[in-house]
Design a binder for this molecule. Structure first.
Ligand code: BTN
Length: 265
């Protein structure tokens, strides 16, 4: 797989020498965290042909069968406070949309904050994990993990996902994971260069790709369910929601379901 990834990168790409590829791992994020804790530099990329314990947000699992998707994690080391990285997942989402558009000529939409959607079904997602130095309060490393379904047919998903999930192949695009991973590495490296200097531009583009805006949503926190309308995003990527009781609030965590998606009617 590594050769097919490298063939997409220019010969002098700064991240080309720290790509670790594995046939199978429990989770590329977990391995990237272990490498980062041992001092792996920014731009270290871990990619696996399959994951046996792929992880998603909010403690969920991510289905990652062999050879059917991109399962990739990158180590970033922005030397800043965690509050200054609130927009990171949005920037990664834009990078992945760019990579998919380049490689597959199809631009996914984004369900706030971290899901890729095509035709109201989930194409993939992002899991961002940070470590903060307790003495300095600065970020030691950020791991951005991306899972994207490429070659799955409906029956490759577990029964409970079959009506909610899609893949590039199911959208009519025949593309194997390795070249797409190469395009993701290019796009992530470009995104990292502009993470702070291009923040406003990237966030404007994120807003244009974010299908959640203007939609009826439900905020799920524990047993609580609050219905409202997603109005806008803050500069840091938090969602501004007007709830049914008339209150407008900024939501930065928890789960937002969008009406018409993944079974929410
Ligand atoms: C989500 O759906 O909530 C996010 C899914 C993120 C999955 C990717 S696959 C590569 C990386 N390794 C993991 O264990 N998770 C992320």
């Amino acid at each position: 797989m590594k050769q097919d990834i490298l063939s997409v990168l220019p010969g002098d790409h700064p991240w080309q020498n720290c790509i670790y590829d594995y046939d199978s791992l429990p989770s590329t994020n977990t391995t990237a965290k272990e490498l980062a804790a041992k001092g792996a530099p920014e731009g270290t990329v871990v990619i696996a042909g399959a994951q046996t314990a792929g992880r998603g947000r909010l403690g969920r699992s991510f289905h990652a069968p062999e050879g059917l998707g991109v399962y990739l994690s990158a180590v970033l080391r922005p030397n800043c406070k965690p509050q200054e990285l609130m927009h990171l997942t949005c920037c990664v989402a834009e990078a992945v949309c760019d990579a998919v558009e380049q490689a597959a000529h199809l631009r996914p939409q984004i369900k706030w904050t971290n899901d890729f959607v095509v035709g109201s079904k989930k194409l993939g997602g992002i899991l961002t994990e940070l470590s903060v130095d307790s003495t300095t309060g600065l970020v030691q490393w950020a791991i951005v993990g991306i899972g994207l379904n490429c070659c799955h047919q409906k029956e490759d998903f577990p029964a409970q996902l079959q009506d909610m999930a899609t893949s590039l192949a199911m959208c009519g695009v025949q593309l194997s994971p390795a070249p797409l991973a190469g395009h993701m590495i290019l796009a992530l490296h470009r995104m990292r260069s502009g993470l702070f200097s291009q923040k406003q531009t990237i966030m404007d583009r994120y807003k244009a790709d974010c299908m959640t805006l203007g939609q009826q949503v439900v905020l799920l926190r524990g047993d609580e369910r609050r219905y409202g309308t997603a109005l806008d995003l803050t500069d840091d990527g938090s969602l501004i929601v007007r709830f049914q009781d008339g209150k407008t609030e900024t939501v930065s965590s928890g789960e937002i379901s969008v009406r018409g998606l993944y079974g929410y009617v």
